[in-house]
Design a protein around this ligand. Structure first.
Ligand code: PLP
Length: 392
């Protein structure tokens, strides 16, 4: 049975989407004609215009990757101090906060969306708080309305790490309309990509010149360097990939939606596997398919066993950022994040995954979970969304 179900070629958690080769080569031809490879070339400018419309933002700037875009957004806050954020995120979020001279203060997450628990933010605000960096984890929007309220009441800017949230809308509004700045990642493994790439969306026009300078060594004119900038410019080959991929993004998201619902329908029948519900008001991008298993032992068992079927899932995000050995933080203050991080598993999700592959993945999941239950005599109990304090 195992041999029949084993995938002949490895199935990974993501697979970069490549356009037709001729579409990309058509797009890059002009680079050979004009010899303009980087520094705000024509493809960069065209991509910027198209993205501005797609992301529904009045102001945008492009960067070589999402991480440096986030660092640059934080660099514009000159008064250094504390930044409230969450540990259930990619290393980039916390490194960006630390690299720009801030001290992260960890707020716990809430158990349904894995986003910052807005009910716990205010108790962490002090006179040292300079910003909130909130992550739209797996593309599920944070409680943006409450974050807006906190931002207004305390005069603290909100920067969204929207790395996972490209194309997401909430109640028909673009997700970038919320907060002061939103950063979207366009890394090869993301729902939409420009090989590597990052975008900042914002409303304050006066940030345009500063962002442009900060990504180009702080240079503001041929004889002036006004900021301690870095090199974070997007090149023309990245912009060309973005331009071509943007044409297919809506179709890709529709294919992901089908995959998402198929997973959800089949896995609902597998005890111990809890899918993460999507709110009705959210127009999602289906960037990931995360599940919560009932215990860390079960999660680790399943993750390992699936490899025998050539199926590679990912403990994402594990370990928590407040457990990284490079930082002196402590995850004891964020028990919900510990609970989620110990149980999370992300299954393969990309637009080229076929529906029959999804069915095969679910069949394998069922076998592996049943094996675990038999071996450990385990009776499943918990459901996502019914996380009680006792179970943490
Ligand atoms: C939550 C989060 N923040 C930031 C980043 C950094 O983005 P990039 O890879 O484009 O630098 C990522 C990328 O993987 C991410 O998942």
């Amino acid at each position: 049975m195992k041999n029949q179900l084993k995938f002949s070629t490895p199935i990974h958690v993501t697979k970069p989407k490549l356009p037709k080769l001729e579409d990309y080569t058509d797009q890059i031809k002009t680079i050979w004609e004009n010899k303009w490879l980087t520094n705000d070339g024509p493809l960069h400018e065209e991509f910027k215009t198209n993205l501005k419309e797609y992301l529904g933002s009045s102001e945008i700037e492009l960067f070589t990757n999402g991480h440096l875009a986030l660092e640059i957004a934080l660099k514009t806050i000159e008064d250094k101090g504390e930044v409230i954020t969450t540990p259930f995120t990619f290393a980039s979020t916390i490194h960006a906060i630390k690299n720009t001279g801030f001290q992260p203060v960890f707020c716990d997450i809430e158990p349904n969306t894995f986003n910052i628990d807005v009910n716990q933010i205010e108790q962490l605000i002090t006179e040292k708080t300079k910003a909130i960096v909130a992550v739209h984890v797996f593309g599920n929007p944070c409680d943006v309305v409450e974050l807006d309220r906190i931002s207004r009441d305390y005069g603290i800017p909100v920067i969204y790490d929207a790395a996972h949230a490209f194309g997401v809308k909430l109640n028909g509004r673009f997700i970038a309309e919320y907060g002061d700045v939103s950063m979207f990642s366009m890394h090869a493994t993301k729902v939409f990509h420009s090989i590597e790439g990052g975008v900042l969306c914002y409303k304050r026009k006066e940030l345009n010149d500063q962002f442009k300078a900060l990504k180009n060594f702080g240079i503001t004119s041929s004889e002036t360097v006004d900021y301690m900038g870095i090199n974070a410019k997007m090149n023309e080959f990245q912009a060309a990939m973005g331009l071509v991929n943007l044409k297919g993004i809506d179709q890709d998201i529709l294919m992901r939606k089908e995959i998402y619902h198929l997973y959800e329908n089949i896995l609902a029948e597998v005890p111990g596997v809890n899918c993460v519900p999507i709110d009705q008001e959210v127009q999602h991008n289906y960037s990931y398919f995360p599940i919560l298993l009932e215990s860390k032992t079960m999660r680790d068992y399943v993750n390992e066993k699936l490899k025998e079927y050539n199926l590679f899932t990912r403990k994402y995000f594990y370990p928590l950022c407040n457990d990284f050995s490079c930082y002196p933080f402590d995850s004891n203050d964020t028990p919900v994040a510990v609970y989620v991080s110990d149980r999370i598993l992300v299954l393969p999700m990309y637009s080229e995954l076929t529906l029959s592959e999804v069915e095969q993945i679910c069949t394998i999941m069922k076998i592996v979970v049943d094996d675990f239950n038999l071996q450990f005599n385990y009776r499943t109990t918990n459901q996502v969304g019914e996380l009680s304090n006792e179970s943490i």
